[in-house]
Design a protein around this ligand. Structure first.
Ligand code: DGI
Ligand code: FE
Ligand code: FE
Ligand code: FE
Length: 189
């Protein structure tokens, strides 16, 4: 599917604020690709598609997970905001014609991260957090600077804030998030 068609369809399927966030992630991912020598078009497309499943009501997201054979783990049942990233590669393929495996894996892990992320996976994970439209949260400006100087430190900063935020709200942290944090913490030494 052509980029213009993808944009149009996304703008119809996401609420306006989510679509604006999506465009912010796409341009931020493209800028990071420029800074680090990744494929700019791919980064842009991954940014556009990362929240493509977020327009479905949660009940529909659960049904779609069953249809695609995505396991509804305890963490996913307790925190349904994890579902849209698990669904993303399937919706990107079936509704937006994405056949690029690198884009598929980058949008799949954009919420929790995963150990040993590729450059594109890191870019999408970080761009999602730092895009210009994100509401100010403590530590965001230093995380934004790190995004263009030390990506792995930036990842750690994001994971730390996210885990703190979830703990403060008594939400379960997905094992993948913890594994990712441990992985980049150990790599740091
Ligand atoms: O979809 P976005 O709002 O752009 O951002 P996202 O996909 O990164 O995160 C969606 C939500 O998921 C956000 O409120 C943070 C939350 N989240 C991130 N990691 C975890 C998590 N929620 C749980 N329960 N566990 C996690 O490990
Ligand atoms: Fe998301
Ligand atoms: Fe995120
Ligand atoms: Fe997002």
């Amino acid at each position: 599917m052509e980029l213009n068609e993808i944009k149009k369809k996304l703008s119809e399927n996401l609420k306006e604020s989510r679509y604006n966030h999506t465009v912010g992630v796409a341009y931020t991912a493209a800028a990071m690709a420029m800074a680090f020598g990744a494929d700019i078009q791919k980064a842009f497309m991954a940014g556009m598609l990362h929240d493509c499943a977020k327009g479905y009501p949660l009940e529909r997201q659960k049904e779609l997970c069953q249809r695609y054979g995505i396991p509804l783990t305890k963490e996913r049942r307790e925190s349904p905001q994890l579902l849209h990233s698990a669904l993303a590669p399937y919706i990107a393929r079936d509704c937006y014609g994405n056949e690029d495996e690198e884009i598929a894996s980058a949008i799949e892990c954009h919420t929790t991260g995963k150990p040993g992320m590729t450059l594109l996976e890191k870019i999408v994970f970080i761009a999602d957090y730092i895009e210009p439209g994100r509401k100010e949260i403590p530590g965001l400006s230093s995380v934004r600077q790190l995004a263009f100087s030390d990506m792995d430190q930036c990842l750690l900063g994001i994971l730390e804030s996210t885990m703190q935020y979830l703990e403060s709200r008594n939400q379960t942290i997905d094992p993948k998030t913890k594994e990712t944090y441990q992985y980049y913490k150990e790599e740091d030494r």
